[in-house]
Design a protein around this ligand. Structure first.
Ligand SMILES: NC(=O)c1ccc[n+]([C@@H]2O[C@H](COP(=O)([O-])OP(=O)(O)OC[C@H]3O[C@@H](n4cnc5c(N)ncnc54)[C@H](O)[C@@H]3O)[C@@H](O)[C@H]2O)c1
Length: 452
């Protein structure tokens, strides 16, 4: 009934423009993780009243104390959380009902894929939509910032919100998709400076979204439709995955041929238009390992995608390859992998962050254990593995560099050699200087280096 009355009056998404301009639009953010928390903080810092909602009560409590639950080296985030919470501009809650007054709701929940089928697992997304629906304000704009499979706005988001709210998309509420491009370690800088594909259900929705993001984004804001935005986001990470897979495959080929992939890469990149990436011990994080699967999820019944799954397979094999390299280096000292004690240096998926989702180190440790080795893990940022480095390397049969944390960059190789039971270093991230390792009397083996 209320909805019918409003419809007669004619709800327009453009009504939100003056509210955005005056910063009087109330903003809700669902999902306060690596993406949602910084977004909520930046909007709050720009003058909006923001309510953040998360199902994780501990996270909500931490934020309401003015602290950031994000660890690692994350410039600016802790200060921003403290500032906007103290100013009363950001409040976190576990209750979606607190978004009943929100004019704009950003959804930033995690969007994993099912490990066996690689199909999207939208538990968080569906949960957010079905809980938001009943309290969704007339005229509200709902923006999905999470990465989603192309076709999800039309096939999942709109139907789920319409069903849960009893309202009609494009009439009683509006929907857009503005995928995030951030990387842990540079969240604030990325959020502010990177360009964005702004997918609105209609050009007017995109216009309002551009107005909202203009309040803090200095990068270009490109209005488009939701499907294009869905494809752009999943394709850009698929592209990166394919590029990394090329570097990894070339690295393994170089090892066998006796060439050095880093020397090859430097010269290869002198050829115009070439920009080969670095090879490494594997690809992790919440995004790149699943976004290629999201890209093809709704097309794969009709199109046989070959390159994208092949790239996933190449990159997924790297932790296993690290085990092969470790075994080979140990053999130089007549040490078998079975029963060996391996110091694993780094557990986060990326240097200087605490994010260990889909960490290649996890798969490396599992593969080591299958071979009968014992893994002792160190990571300066991941709470479960924060312990003295000395404790981890002392009497280990090999030290394996899995992450290029700053803490490992200038490691004293003489000291390392003295601590290890056998002087074996395996380098999955090009962290150790090969010549310095040789001078320190270490047996060095690395991804893309000539095999021993
Ligand atoms: N992490 C990145 O660097 C990054 C970069 C670009 C895009 N993305 C995309 O952004 C999205 C979020 O990623 P993230 O890294 O911030 O994930 P995250 O796991 O750090 O945060 C997601 C948060 O959502 C909460 N949540 C889940 N379901 C909920 C629900 N129904 N109601 C309320 N809260 C709920 C979780 O408790 C969690 O705190 C994903 O789609 C991801 O692919 C992430």
């Amino acid at each position: 009934m209320q909805s019918d009355l409003k419809r007669k009056r004619g709800l327009s998404v453009l009504d939100l423009l003056p509210l955005i301009e005056a910063r009087s639009a109330r903003v809700g953010v669902i999902g306060l993780g690596y993406v949602g928390l910084p977004v909520a903080c930046i909007l709050a810092d720009n003058g909006f009243h923001v309510t953040g909602v998360d199902i994780n009560a501990q996270k909500v409590e931490t934020i309401n104390r003015g602290q950031s639950p994000i660890g690692g080296e994350e410039p600016g985030v802790a200060e921003l959380v403290a500032r906007v919470v103290a100013a009363g501009r950001l409040r976190a809650s576990t209750a979606v009902t607190d978004l009943a007054e929100a004019h704009i709701v950003l959804i930033c929940v995690d969007t994993p894929v099912e490990p066996d089928t690689h199909l999207p697992l939208y538990r968080g997304l569906r949960g957010a939509l079905t809980s938001l629906g009943p309290v969704l304000r007339d005229g509200a704009l709902v923006i999905i910032e999470s990465t989603i499979a192309p076709g999800t706005i039309s096939g999942v988001v709109i139907p789920a919100l319409e069903e849960a709210s009893g309202k009609k998309a494009g009439v009683d509420f509006f929907v857009g998709h503005c995928p995030e491009r951030v990387t842990p370690g540079r969240l604030i800088q990325n959020l502010v400076t990177m360009s964005r594909a702004v997918g609105g259900q209609t050009p007017d929705v995109a216009k309002v979204m551009v107005a909202l993001y203009s309040t803090y984004v200095t990068g270009e804001l490109d209005p488009t439709d939701p499907l294009t935005a869905e494809v752009v986001k999943t394709a850009e990470n698929s592209y990166r995955d394919v590029q990394i897979a090329f570097a990894n495959e070339l690295a393994v080929v170089c090892e066998t041929l006796g060439a050095d992939v880093y020397a090859v890469r430097e010269l290869l990149n002198k050829s115009p238009g070439r920009a080969m990436l670095m090879p490494g011990a594997g690809v992790g994080g919440h995004c790149i390992p699943k976004d290629p699967w999201l890209l093809i999820a709704n097309a794969r019944d009709q199109v046989e995608a070959r390159l994208i799954p092949a790239a996933r397979a190449v990159n997924d094999r790297m932790p296993e390859h690290m085990v092969t390299l470790t075994e080979r280096a140990l053999a130089k000292h007549n040490v078998s992998l079975q029963g060996a004690r391996i110091a694993v240096l780094g557990y986060a998926f990326r240097e200087d962050t605490d994010d260990d989702r889909e960490s290649p180190s996890r798969y490396f440790v599992e593969a080591l254990e299958r071979c009968g080795a014992t893994a002792i893990v160190h990571d300066p940022h991941v709470p479960a593995y924060q312990r003295p480095l000395e404790e981890v390397v002392t009497n280990a049969d090999a030290a394996v560099f899995m992450v290029a944390h700053r803490a490992y960059q200038n490691i004293d190789l003489e000291w390392l050699r003295g601590a290890l039971r056998h002087p074996v270093v395996v380098d999955g991230r090009n962290v150790v200087d090969v010549n310095a390792a040789a001078s320190a009397g270490l047996t060095y083996i690395g991804v893309g280096r000539r095999l021993l």
